[in-house]
Design a protein around this ligand. Structure first.
Ligand code: IVH
Length: 665
């Protein structure tokens, strides 16, 4: 055969095979038999083998995998890949609708299933798939083209020779996950935990043969540049992408009102268990592109779309053990040690079991299969035991009666459920006390977490609160510890030093006096002005203060009467800790509350420290570097790279003038 004719035959075969692929995988309908498909594929493979120069980029032979890469290349998303704001109930959905109407938009909504997988961006040049990338941090993702080419529903060539980028979700069907896990169980390999992780793990393979075997699938749901194709609505964009051969979700629906959105949610919630793939919510998008542009974006999410997340997910796992922890007050808590499972995106391997009664009531035994529930950011809980799955190898729960850390006999007050270790010197209680002292609501020592405190205690660097302020004596030893290093040790020492300046309510709370919470500490500090004055106060004086009852008063007096506590406070005073109330009035300000700010450049009206104090006094915090998590960047004169980074990440930016106008209100 002449080369032209060979090329022609190869083109024919590619057209037939790609069409068959599309029919089968996207439309779920095949016009040719498996045998025919295989025959054509073999013919094409042979021709490609004999004429490697003629192999086309969009050849279906590429789908079987084979390309192996050394490492994942970085890909920059020219338009950042955003995520969606999550909402959890009807009132938040209605609030979304109100906020849109308030902006003057008359929305029609487009409802979609929220597919539980990982998002992907697909680039086509002149109709040929040239690049596929993960979302990464939204700005920089990873090149996964070699693996994406093995996904049958991703067209390698479009019917038109256009340049286009589309985005969607790569996912694994429930059935495929089960099949793969059955196989893995036979081979004694660890099981894939959920479809999302399974899909992500498959796509992060260097060898595309592995991905090819994983039966991945796609739904395409976003066109970043609809105007470039003359499209004025999202539903038109979806139809356009469908016409190009992409797999779009048949459940998508254009609706006219927020009431119809609610109906859609109801309907799809019912449909969810019967779907062949996992969904974790419903995505609601404003359909009109012009309206989307008008509404714009916040830091990381569009204002024209939200994700309604289904409520608490329950997952089964094995209760491997029940272990006990001892808190600062001596309270003993049983904890479930679980076979790690992913519930709503986080790996759960521990859950509190609260107390003996709780365990007995749920009738938990070690080795039981239990259901775990987690909703949003809420801490996970053990819901119930699956008694029908008992095998006889379960071990009954037994409450302990001695402290697992110091051996002291535990005590239980009459009518109460909790056991306590009452040994003041118990190492577990001591460490917990130190952790409480350094915690955010107490002395707020940046970068000093529970894990580090446990290390320092175990290494013998800290055995009392004043030792925290002597840590610099161990600077050299600390630097030599694995995982610490000079910079982090110096930052920590600096943060410790800085905490000496805290207003005294932080110290009062940090001492861990029974019944004295952070609010009470504040009341006491502002009332007495100094720790000395508080230490002198009588029960009567104390109970005269609104919000301070007898129990708190007695606890305070008895704490300050103890010689060891007096000694501790004197030591802290000698170390230079501030013992006065500095009276920073906190101002409730939703512009700052709970947000994190980065300052860059020089402010003309105030110093950096002053700006920080203002932010903190309004419930915000300042951090050094810009990340996705930054809420806002305040830019002064001659800003540095932080300004550029903020722009790239689309983080809101305030000028000094904006900042001043926010604090004026
Ligand atoms: S739209 C600007 N639609 O959910 C629009 N996302 O938190 C961006 N997802 O990162 C996304 N199904 O991975 C959209 N029908 C859908 C989706 C969907 C799943 C994922 C996607 C995104 C995350 C948002």
């Amino acid at each position: 055969m002449k080369e032209e004719n060979i090329q022609k035959r190869m083109d024919e075969l590619i057209t037939i095979l790609n069409q068959a692929n599309y029919d089968y995988y996207v439309l779920d309908y095949s016009k040719i038999t498996d045998q025919e498909y295989d025959k054509y594929l073999r013919e094409l493979e042979e021709l490609e083998l004999l004429h490697p120069a003629l192999v086309r980029e969009d050849s279906p032979t590429k789908r079987v995998g084979g390309e192996v890469i050394d490492a994942f290349q970085k890909v920059e998303h020219t338009i950042p890949m955003l995520s969606l704001k999550d909402v959890f109930n009807e009132s938040e959905i209605l609030e979304f609708d109100r906020s849109i109407k308030k902006a003057g938009v008359h929305p029609t909504y487009y409802c979609e299933l929220k597919i539980d997988g990982l998002s992907v961006s697909l680039h086509y040049e002149k109709g040929i798939l040239t690049k596929a990338a993960t979302r990464g941090n939204g700005v920089i993702g990873e090149d996964i083209t070699h693996n994406v080419k093995t996904i049958k529903t991703v067209p390698l060539r479009l019917p038109e020779k256009i340049d286009i980028e589309v985005r969607g979700e790569i996912f694994m069907s429930k059935e495929t996950l089960t099949r793969i896990n059955q196989e893995r169980a036979r081979q004694n390999l660890p099981l894939l935990q959920n479809p999302r992780n399974a899909a992500a793990g498959s796509i992060r393979q260097l060898d595309s043969k592995v991905a090819a075997k994983r039966g991945l699938d796609t739904f395409i749901y976003h066109l970043p540049n609809p105007e470039d194709y003359g499209l004025r609505s999202h539903h038109e964009a979806i139809e356009f992408m469908k016409q190009l051969g992409f797999k779009t979700n048949p459940n998508n629906r254009l609706v006219g009102s927020i009431e119809e959105v609610m109906d859609y949610i109801q309907e799809k919630t019912e449909l969810r268990p019967t779907l062949p793939y996992e969904i974790d919510g419903i995505v609601i998008k404003v359909d009109q592109i012009a309206a989307q542009q008008e509404l714009g974006f916040t830091a990381r999410t569009p204002k024209w779309a939200i994700a309604y997340k289904f409520p608490a997910e329950e997952v089964l796992t094995k209760l491997k053990d029940i272990i006990f922890t001892v808190g600062r007050t001596g309270q003993v808590t049983p904890n479930a040690v679980l076979e790690p499972v992913i519930v709503m995106g986080s790996t759960i391997s521990r859950a509190t079991l609260h107390n003996e009664d709780y365990v007995l009531e749920k009738d938990l035994m070690i080795n039981d299969i239990v259901s775990i529930r987690k909703a949003g950011d809420v801490i996970p809980e053990v819901v119930e035991v699956k008694k029908e799955r008992r095998t006889g190898k379960e071990i009954p729960f037994q409450m302990i009666h001695e402290c697992p850390f110091c051996g002291t006999q535990l005590e239980k007050k009459k009518g109460q459920v909790d056991y306590f270790c009452l040994n003041d010197k118990c190492p577990a209680r001591k460490v917990e006390g130190f952790i409480h002292f350094i915690s955010r609501p107490a002395m707020n020592i940046d970068g000093f977490g529970a894990r580090i405190m446990e290390d320092f205690y175990n290494f013998g660097f800290i055995s009392s609160i004043p030792d925290i302020y002597h840590l610099e004596r161990h600077r050299e030893d600390l630097i030599r510890l694995e995982g610490y290093g000079e910079k982090s040790v110096d930052n920590l020492l600096e943060a410790i030093e800085k905490s000496k300046e805290n207003s005294v309510e932080r110290l009062i709370f940090g001492l861990g006096i029974t019944h004295v919470g952070s609010k009470t500490a504040k009341v006491l500090a502002s009332h007495f002005g100094t720790l000395d004055a508080l230490m002198q106060a009588s029960i009567e004086e104390l109970t005269n203060i609104p919000d301070v009852g007898e129990i708190i008063a007695e606890s305070l007096v008895s704490y300050f009467q103890k010689e060891e506590n007096q000694k501790l406070i004197q030591e802290l005073k000698d170390l230079g800790l501030n013992m006065q109330y500095l009276g920073i009035q906190m101002i409730a300000d939703e512009n700052f509350q709970g947000k994190s700010f980065v300052l860059t450049g020089t402010l003309s009206t105030m110093g950096r420290d002053e700006a920080k104090k203002i932010i903190e006094s309004r419930g915000g915090k300042t951090v050094e570097s810009v990340s996705k998590k930054t809420s806002c960047v305040i830019v002064g004169e001659n800003p540095g790279s932080k300004y550029e980074k903020a722009k790239n990440l689309q983080i809101p930016i305030w000028s000094e003038k904006d900042f001043l106008s926010k604090i004026e209100n």
